[in-house]
Write a protein that binds this ligand. Sequence first.
Ligand code: SF4
Ligand code: SF4
Length: 468
Amino acid sequence: MNKDNHQTINRRDFLKIVGISTATTAPLLSGCSSNNRANAGTSSSTPIPTDQMTHRTTPSTKDKVSILGYGCMRLPTIAKSSARESDDEIDQEMVNRLTDYAIEHGVNYFDTSPAYCKGRSEHAVGIALSRYPRDKYYIATKLSNFSPDTWSREASIAMYHNSLKELQVDYLDYMLLHGIGMGGMEAYENRYVKNGILDFLLEERKAGRIRNLGFSYHGDIEVFDYLLSKHDEYQWDFVQIQLNYLDWKHAKEINPRNTDAEYLYGELQKRGIPAIIMEPLLGGRLSNVHDHIVARLKQREPGRSVASWAFRFAGSFPGVLTVLSGMTYMEHLQDNLRSFCPLQPLTEEENHFLFDTADLMMQYPTVPCNDCKYCMPCPYGIDIPGILLHYNKCVNEGNVPQGGQDENYREARRAYLIGYDRSVPKLRQADHCTSCGQCNPHCPQGIDIPKVLQRIDHFVEQLKQETL
Ligand code: SF4
Ligand code: SF4
C-alpha cells in the first residue's frame, strides 16, 4: 500500500480534491431514487385513518384543500420506474389505484403540468380523476410555455386548451404561470406579457374557467418581487414556492442564485397570499440524509420517518395551503399520509431542533445535486447525476475514505470504488467527461459540473492507485 497516497487523501484534502468547500456544500441526497426517496426510516405499520386529513382554506374561493397535495410529476410506469425519467408506458391502473387511495384518505389537491412525465401526466391524471364527481377534487395545472416555440399567443392558448382537454374538465381550480423567475425578467416578459397571455389568464379567471390564479417561483428573485409588487392589480390567489427546513435559512448559501424560504414565505404572508409548497424534501435530500442525521432524528422520535420531519415543518406554517409531494409508489403515499392525517404542527422547540439539524447538515460535504436531470443528456454519455449521487451517498453513509490514518479507510475505499462501478457504467464515468461545459448552463443548482467531475475523477484515480 502506498503510504504517500494515503496521506494525500485526508478529509481536508478530499474536500479540496472535489472542489467543494463547506461553505458551498449542501447536505445531500443521493440515492434519491424513487424507491427510497420518501421513506427513510419509516417504521410505522399502523392503519392510516381515512377521516383525519388536515385541511386549509383558500381565502379567495373558500376551497377546503388537503394539506397533502398529490404532485403528479413522477407517476409510475409499467416497468416500475418513474415516468419523469422513463419513456416506459405509464401504469394507468396503478395511477388509478394511487388516486383512489389518496382520495379515500382525504387528499383532494392534484398538481400536474403539460411538462410533467414527458408530457403524459395531464392525460393520465385526467383519466384517474374523471372517474370522480368534479366537486370531489381540485386540479392544478400550469402554463408551461418554456420553449420559445410556445411563446406565441396562439401556441400558449393552445397549450391551455389542451390542458382542459387532457384533464377532461371545463374549468381549472388552480392555474399557475409555471417556473416564474427562470430566465429572469426577459423570459417572463416573453412568456406572459408581450403575447398578452397574462391578460388572457386574468380574463379566464373572470369568466370562471380558472378559479384561482397564481404562479410557481424558481430562480430570479427580481421577478418574484416584481410580481408581488403587482399584487393589487393581479390579485394572486396563491403562489407556489420551495420551502423546507434546509432552504429556510440556507438556500442562498447552497446556491447564491437561490433565495431563502424565510424571505419568500414572509413576503407572501405580508400580503395575505397563501403558499403552496414544492420540494418539501428538497428533491429527496431530506429523506436521504447522513447516517448521523438519521440517528439524531430517530433518537428524538423513533416512530417517525425521517421524511415526516420535513413534511411537518412545511405544513406547520399557517399560511401554507398544501404541501406537494410527488408520489410514485404506494409506500410513498402511505408514509406521507401518516404525516398529515392529521398534521401535528411542530412546536417552537421542535422547530429549533430542525434548524440546528439543518446547520449540522450543512457541514457534510455533499454536492447540491437534486437529481433533476436538467443537465442530461450529456453529449458524451456521462451519467452526471449518477456520479454525483454515488458520491453523495458515500458521504452520507460514511464511505468517503478520509486518509490512511482513518481506521475505516480500506473498507470505505472498497465501498466507494465497487459502488461506483455498480452505479455508473464505466463508459459513463467522470473520466470520460471532455469538460465541454455544455451541461453547466442547465444546472439550476449552479454546480460547476465539469469541475466537480474532474475532481471526483482525480479522487477516484487516487483511490485506485491503492491496492484493494
Ligand atoms: S462538461 Fe462533461 S458532463 Fe458536461 S456535457 Fe460536457 S462532457 Fe458531458
Ligand atoms: S442539473 Fe444539476 S442538480 Fe440537476 S441533476 Fe444535473 S447536476 Fe444535478
